[in-house]
Design a binder for this molecule. Structure first.
Ligand SMILES: [Zn+2]
Length: 322
């Protein structure tokens, strides 16, 4: 008796020609700068920086925070603060629809996420913006989240680190978006008075009202290589001043040369750089002597929190709309 018997009625179907190829989608990506094919896993290991040419791929906000904190561990803060539609704004589609779409695409509740955790020996409150959420635009909820982050840092006497990536203020919230510029800077002034460090990191791209406010007032301002940083876009400036702009205008290296930045730091060295900077800036002796800032109320919402009558954002899972 044979060990195996061929079943006569079962035919193996030939694979059609168009499917006869090794499936490599989602395994390789092409470097946008040098066109080199990159193995996705290698790219992840090099923190989304091309190992051949050093091109920095854009990064989502959760990855940024994981790369920053010790062992990637942090406590997410104020995830319940999200945008509402205070102006009932409609452009090509209604603003609430746009918000829903942004949440789906980015998997985030807002254009920024905030976290509390340790960076080296230091307690840090960090925020990271995400371009996938309506171009990383700054609406009322983004402003509120950053302000709360700063107020928490004041209460716990910690440092603030913010990774900016933004197209600017969110036009669907009009002037309310612009008010966030002043609001965040006012909170940063308190941080400054309390002698606590604020490190601003500009990533590709940082433009508009974000550049014009909190991103540019760090105690140390760092950028990633070749990041686009500016207020208005180069085309708008060229049309306004009717002049050709210099090459690499608004790139991190150009801005460093012209004194707008303190350093351009490779992403793979960013964490070590920040730890060194925090060691330099945070003097434990001074920390012990300075009393906790008196301006900040202890209720968890601070000076700009829920008492403010005109605040335009919503706290999710809470009945009070403020
Ligand atoms: Zn490359």
């Amino acid at each position: 008796m044979p060990w195996f018997r061929k079943q006569k009625d079962r035919k193996s179907e030939p694979v059609p020609v168009e499917e006869r190829r090794v499936k490599t989608e989602n395994v390789f990506v092409k470097c946008e700068e040098c066109d080199a094919p990159l193995y996705k896993r290698d790219l992840e290991e090099s923190l989304q920086v091309c190992p051949h040419c050093g091109y920095h791929f854009r990064l989502d906000a959760p990855s940024r925070l994981s790369m920053l904190f010790n062992d990637g561990v942090y406590e997410e803060l104020d995830a319940e603060v999200i945008s509402i539609d205070p102006l009932e704004f409609t452009d090509t589609k209604p603003y609430p629809e746009r918000l829903e779409q942004a949440k789906r695409v980015s998997g985030l509740p807002e254009a920024i996420i905030g976290g509390r955790g340790k960076v080296g020996d230091h307690l840090v409150f960090a925020g990271a913006m995400d371009m996938l959420f309506i171009g990383g635009s700054m609406g009322s909820a983004v402003g509120e989240k950053i302000t709360r982050l700063i107020e928490r840092a004041l209460r716990e006497r910690a440092a603030v680190v913010i990774f900016a990536a933004s197209g600017g203020a969110r036009m669907q919230e009009g002037t309310l978006s612009l008010m966030q510029m002043a609001k965040i800077c006012a909170a940063l002034a308190l941080l400054n008075e309390a002698r606590l460090p604020y490190i601003s990191i500009l990533t590709d791209p940082t433009t508009g009202g974000v550049t014009a406010s909190f991103a540019s007032v760090g105690d140390i301002i760092i950028a990633e290589p070749k990041a686009l940083i500016g207020f208005a876009g180069p085309r708008v400036i060229e049309q306004t001043i009717r002049q050709k702009l210099p090459k690499d205008f608004q790139r991190a290296e150009f801005l460093l040369e012209h004194g707008m930045l303190d350093a351009v730091v490779d992403r793979r060295e960013m964490r070590e750089f920040l730890i060194k900077a925090l060691h330099f800036m945070v003097n434990p002796e001074v920390q012990r002597q300075t009393p906790t800032a008196a301006h900040v109320s202890g209720d968890g919402n601070g000076a700009s929190g829920q008492q403010a009558p005109n605040t335009r954002f919503k706290v999710q899972n809470s009945k009070s709309e403020v």
